[in-house]
Design a protein around this ligand. Sequence first.
Ligand code: ME8
Length: 655
Amino acid sequence: MKYYITTPIFYPNSSPHIGTAYTTVAADAIARYHRLRGDDVYFLTGTDENAQKIVRTAEANHTDPKIYVDGVVKRFKELWLALDISNDDFIRTTEERHQKVVQQIFTKLYEQGDIYKSEYSGWYCTPCETFWMENKLIDGKCPNEDCGRDVELLKEESYFFRLSKYQGALLKHIEEHPDFIQPISRRNEMLRFIEGGLEDLCVTRTTFQWGIKVPFDPKHVVYVWLDALINYISALGYPDGENYKRYWPADVHLMGKDIVRFHAVIWPIILIALELPLPKTIYGHGWYLSKEGGKISKSRGNVQDSFELIQRYGSDAIRYFLLREMQVGSDGTYSEDNVVERLNSDLANDFGNFVSRSLAMVVKYRDGIVPSPGQDGSQEQELKELSHEVKINVEKRLEACDPATALEEIWRFVARCNKYVDETAPWALAKQEEQRERLDTVLYTFVECIRVMAVLTAPFMPGLPPRICELLSLDESIIRWEEADQWGILRHGIKVKKGEQLFPRIDISQYTAAEETKTVDQDQNIDQTQAPKETSDSVPALEFEPIKEEISMDDFAKLDLRIAKILSAEKVEKTDKLMKLEVEVAGVVRTVVSGIAKHYVPEDLVNQYVVLVANLKPTKLRGIMSEGMILAASQGEVLEVLMLNKDLPGGARVK
Ligand code: ME8
């Protein structure tokens, strides 16, 4: 069976964050599950680069849009690698293979009369890349949930796409295909929206040139959403490519609820107009919100560096958290405390403990050699039946794009395994020679339970199977989905190791969220908690922090700013942001930890003269006492340390 799954293509106007990562991790778990079942899977992700907000962000960073997106796309690819994302392709909408398909489709729609030329007069929200009619605005601002930002008045010659012509056909399709828009709450929302009446959509812009040109009228660039949606077929080589013939239509387009409307209206109408098959399911999941409420997003200033989180807790734990915490149809709450809580309870206590306890007993009572089991008792029967039930439920839940409940099911089995240890009390059996065979059965069952757990969790935590196989001295051929609920698969006589804890417990006090926020604020000289709620991550004019409250000269005089000479610089291990500097100030050497490591290589800092806040109370950052803070300016992705020429000695006062 072929299986084609996609994520949205993300705007590379800022680095990916944990919210963005959710969709990709969820799509990855579903793709991995289908591969394990033996399906012929195609998993696509990518970046949506032809947006006006990209132009604006690049301008704000004094760079060319292409250079800008190349840098951010690299971060996306690195994050997907760090999270073990198994995508088969990564499409960028600046690639020729995509652009030529968009031009071809635009021309076809024009030639068949579905696109026509007129004039657009209305509003545009650049952060959402959405056209709005005046009557839809709320208090003159963008009406999108979680936006509410300023809109701009547009009056320009444009091409329009006849959505209205296809309203009836679209409604009919949705009504006849209950699975087309999922979950059901989003389906109902969309039905109401479409029944309210579709207006023709403006599909070109003339006020900037970044984007895909209309081939027969090149002063127009194609509207970013029309362009972006086509990625799902351009990546497959539409119209003649082998992949297109093999994989289209998509089985699932997975996305956040914010963009279901574009996928449930514009995309199917493009396909209907082209007489192409429609995707089977458009699934809109909820959002990750911060503890304080509000979507996790760059513009709200509530994102944490995903690379640092992965380094700290491991890709599997982050994946587990993301997949487990967001319940189907609802939003999830992200906080580092929640990550640690899940890691300690579900992964360290429940899963990891069972594996280490049970293997330790095989080592202790049978020198690590898995014994041949005797007759099964009722407890073993119960475990087998449960594994069968759980496997079926996991399959159903993953087919329904609901990884959280799938994991809940698996943890029912994990909990039963832990109970089995307590019930069978192997330590007591080991004391009675006549219970030798019973102990053999229990120990064998332990190892089978570990195998079952490894298979069931493999789609969610792909780093686990190799580690578990290593403990069992087996290769990964034992990770076979169809055998997850079959017993007696493992050969007796194999030698197991106790190994290290799969998920060591984390002491949260080591990494409190407060300290983490402080790290970012101090190092980058940005008070993120002060970031205005409604700023855009893309529109520079709105992105500047507000000027802070007035202070007196006396207040300012309290700051002791000094020139400091950097003597040495090195990256702090296990972070990708922090740099440890030794600086000389007035003849004294100090250590300063600074969040500049993504922007400088250590060699470029040595012998530079920088400005140090010399009387800042020392604070510990990642275990290193930092005695002061160096000044840097930053905007968007760009950060520059304030450096002086060398006429002034280290120690000179900056006033
Ligand atoms: O909309 N929680 O790109 P985008 C969960 N380029 N998911 C989140 C999230 C959060 N806090 N924040 C972001 C676009 N997402 C268009 C898509 S597709 C043809 C074009 C995820 O960079 C979620 O999947 O704004 C959401 O729909 C998507 O990122 C928006 O990504």
